[in-house]
Design a protein. Structure first.
Length: 143
């Protein structure tokens, strides 16, 4: 599925960025793009987090980037394990960095940079074990 904001090539590159970000951590990262909701996007984001079963990772260290380009909405949800480590300030700063890029229409760059930065934080707090099982798919999901 393509959007007016990301090309198919850019979306494939974002999946690669997720793989790279998760490479040295037990953490999990997902990107979900909402293409239809006009109602309570905060609730939709929480619902997506649970529908994608992100709360079921072993260390509760999954992170969801939930975006509605049309509604100019972005939220980042870090599960309990990672949120306890990085605190709200990290998410607020990351949100600001992404929205600055989005305002310049640099959607791909903003997301890629944020995914890699999230991976760095996950690696600090949740380094990969020898198995480093991928608990969740890396593909971008849509609603």
């Amino acid at each position: 599925m393509t959007t007016d904001f990301l090309t198919n090539t850019e979306m494939a590159s974002l999946v690669e960025a997720i793989q790279k970000a998760e490479e040295h951590s037990s953490g999990e990262i997902r990107v979900h793009i909402d293409t239809h909701s006009e109602k309570d996007l905060a609730k939709e984001a929480i619902d997506a987090f649970h529908k994608l079963e992100m709360q079921k990772t072993q260390h509760r260290n999954a992170v969801l980037f939930y975006i509605s380009f049309e509604q100019k909405y972005l939220t980042i949800i870090g599960d309990k394990g990672i949120h306890e480590k990085v605190q709200q300030h990290f998410w607020d700063q990351l949100h600001d960095e992404i929205t600055k890029k989005f305002a310049q229409k640099l959607y791909f760059q903003g997301l890629r940079d944020a995914l890699l930065k999230t991976g760095t934080e996950l690696k600090k707090h949740f380094p990969a074990d020898q198995e480093n099982k991928n608990e969740l798919p890396n593909e971008i999901s849509f609603s």
